[in-house]
Design a binder for this molecule. Structure first.
Ligand code: GDP
Ligand code: MG
Length: 177
């Protein structure tokens, strides 16, 4: 993914937020390294991962931050949000509680981050259709009301992970250009 010697035109910081176990680390590892692990402990300790992409002949480095198990309410520090221009707000489509907590995460995000931050709501684990607890319609309605982009993803099957990141990155790119 990307030639390390190339010149970087932009660095965009994105943050991943949402309850523990929703798949944030696996979404990131799918995007940054095209890897997936069923063992959630496999990706602890890394502050952020990067991936460089080209948009409109400019090279953009996405620096994507992942919580290292600080998902307890208000345990994510303001340093985590500082400078972020994009956010991925993740819930698990099979666990209603993780969707019910989204307004709380949104409030925390809006309290800490820049007011122009680009946010996408992501319902992960779309591969577990038989265990679905949140309908696409309900999530869409919430996203529209709050002015968020919305997609369902599967980090396991690599569905919509690329699209989710490129949606946010393209929107940020269009804002700064
Ligand atoms: P985090 O706490 O939000 O970082 O969640 P993790 O990325 O550690 O994932 C928690 C668990 O969900 C792990 O066992 C993952 O393998 C699993 N998981 C993550 N994404 C998916 C997915 O898209 N589909 C399925 N079936 N499991 C997933
Ligand atoms: Mg994690």
């Amino acid at each position: 993914y990307g030639d390390p010697s190339q010149k970087i035109d932009y660095v965009f910081k994105l943050v991943l937020i949402g309850d523990s176990g929703v798949g944030k680390s696996q979404i990131l590892s799918r995007y940054a390294r095209n890897e997936f692990s069923l063992d959630s402990k496999a990706t602890i300790g890394v502050e952020f991962q990067t991936r460089t992409l080209v948009l409109d002949h400019k090279s953009v480095k996405a620096q994507i931050w992942d919580t290292a198990g600080q998902e307890r309410y208000r345990a994510v520090t303001s340093a985590y949000y500082r400078g972020a221009v994009g956010a991925m707000l993740v819930y698990d489509v099979t666990r209603r509680q993780t969707f019910d907590h989204i307004p709380r995460w949104l409030e925390e995000l809006r309290g800490h981050a820049d007011k122009n931050i680009v946010i996408i709501l992501v319902g992960n684990k779309s591969d577990l259709e038989d265990q679905r607890a949140i309908s696409i319609e309900d999530a869409k309605e919430f996203a529209e009301k709050e002015g968020l982009f919305f997609l369902e993803t599967s980090a396991l099957n690599a569905v919509n992970v690329e699209t989710a990141f490129s949606t946010v990155l393209t929107e940020i790119f269009n804002i700064v250009n």
